[in-house]
Design a protein around this ligand. Structure first.
Ligand code: AMP
Length: 188
């Protein structure tokens, strides 16, 4: 079983790479950002709660996010495993994920961190904003806020996984195929 945390700042290519990895390894892709956007699209109470945080470029509270992730794991059992994209984003979320997986007799097997410098991220996200329909991709201030959130709250998650020998950093710049091959080398 592969339980891969695809890690990296907003715009580092996690969602794009996840699609290719899913098709090669038969994993289930869980993106908490996509789950929130689905809830927002359906005008659910959860979506309503998440929207104000997302529009401001800050993290949705842990208890909301962890509860949603647990529901998704329960409703999509997959013996091959999962790609976690955009989760965990805090140490509390990492601890919750470790417990959720442990209670299912498994664990995080890989964390792969895509590295892309900040100015490249801003360029990529503004470009994505032209077509993504995501309000948080259209405003440079919100984009920079998301990157600051990542640095302050999310980057420590990498250190959390160092003792388990699962964490690796790879260069996230290059063609889709080049980056995928770097990921593949880590999973093989
Ligand atoms: P993403 O699609 O991963 O870029 O996420 C978009 C936004 O959704 C983030 O800026 C957060 O506001 C929210 N979000 C997504 N995943 C999480 C998470 N694991 N914890 C808290 N907030 C999240």
């Amino acid at each position: 079983m592969i339980n891969l945390i695809l890690f990296g700042p907003p715009g580092s290519g996690k969602g794009t790479q996840a699609k290719t990895i899913v098709s090669k390894f038969g994993l289930t892709h869980i993106s908490t950002g996509d789950l929130f956007r689905y809830e927002i699209g359906n005008d659910t109470p959860l979506g309503l709660k998440a929207k104000e945080y997302m529009d401001a470029g800050v993290l949705v509270p842990d208890e909301v996010t962890i509860g949603m992730l647990e529901n998704k794991l329960n409703s999509t059992p997959n013996e091959n495993g999962y790609i976690f994209d955009g989760f965990p984003r805090t140490i509390a979320q990492a601890e919750a994920l470790d417990e959720l997986l442990q209670s299912r007799g498994t664990k995080v097997t890989h964390l792969i961190a895509l590295q892309v410098d900040e100015e490249e991220l801003v360029v990529r996200l503004l470009k994505r904003g032209e077509t993504s329909g995501r309000p948080d991709d259209r405003n440079e201030e919100v984009i920079r806020k998301r990157i600051v959130e990542y640095e302050n709250k999310t980057s420590p998650v990498y250190e959390h996984y160092i003792p388990t020998n699962t964490a690796a950093k790879i260069d996230g710049v290059g063609s889709l195929e080049d980056v995928f091959n770097r990921i593949y080398d880590q999973l093989a």
